[in-house]
Design a protein around this ligand. Structure first.
Ligand SMILES: Nc1ncnc2c1ncn2[C@@H]1O[C@H](COP(=O)(O)OP(=O)(O)OP(=O)(O)O)[C@@H](O)[C@H]1O
Ligand SMILES: [Mg+2]
Length: 194
């Protein structure tokens, strides 16, 4: 089975596709629907609690698991294969730890304002690309969780767009991530509050 991919999305390898739980799914539309329903359940789960230890590998994995556990057997598990995006898979755990440590330092020392900390966090997380798939949606959600729970700030607007779909807004989002790859965070900072 093959699923068409949006621009800047991670293709799945055959092993990962074998991890699909609902065996009747054959189209991208059905898959998107199942994933969205699962994510809605995760949002309901989040509504009922104030998340703690957001900046930890265990919370990141737990959130990914809640978002995709009905769809993918590897939900919540760190990636075991190389992707067109992301760092080598064996460095993921250590880079997540470095990211969490840097975040603690930036928060404590107010190195940047809250939006810039959030945007730098979001970019580093998708750059690491901890999971086989769902990295964009997971990293957008956890960034909003961080802003609301650590900084008491409203969640980002992310261009007020459905970024899962190909379109102008997704192009602007991906381009701003590419600028961030080169150290320029301004386009992403503007995009997330537009
Ligand atoms: N050049 C880049 N630099 C950093 N991150 C990138 C780059 N290109 C894409 N990304 C990130 O990778 C994500 C795609 O990864 P993946 O397919 O695992 O996520 P997803 O949640 O399934 O996709 P989507 O974001 O389309 O919902 C994009 O949403 C974006 O956040
Ligand atoms: Mg994807």
């Amino acid at each position: 089975m093959e699923f068409a991919n949006a621009q800047g999305a991670t293709p799945l390898d055959p092993n990962e596709i074998n991890g699909l739980i609902p065996s009747h799914i054959t189209t991208r539309t059905e898959l998107d629907r199942w994933e969205q329903d699962n994510i809605n359940e995760a949002l309901a789960w989040l509504d009922k609690r104030r998340p703690r230890d957001i900046l930890s590998e265990s919370f990141m994995r737990e959130l990914h698991k809640k978002m995709f556990c009905h769809v993918w057997r590897w939900a919540g598990k760190l990636r075991q294969t190389e992707k067109n995006l992301g760092i080598p898979f064996y460095r993921i755990a250590v880079e997540l730890k470095n990211l969490c440590d840097d975040m603690q330092y930036w928060i404590e020392h107010q190195t940047f304002d809250s939006d810039e900390i959030a945007v730098r966090f979001h970019h580093r997380l998708v750059y690491i690309h901890p999971f086989a798939n769902g990295n964009g949606r997971h990293a957008r959600l956890i960034t909003d969780i961080l802003l609301e729970n650590v900084f008491n700030q409203p969640p980002l607007t992310w261009g007020q767009a459905n970024l899962a779909q190909t379109g102008q807004d997704r192009t602007r989002y991906i381009e701003s991530l590419v600028a961030a790859d080169h150290g320029d965070f301004l386009p992403l900072l503007k995009f997330v509050r537009s």
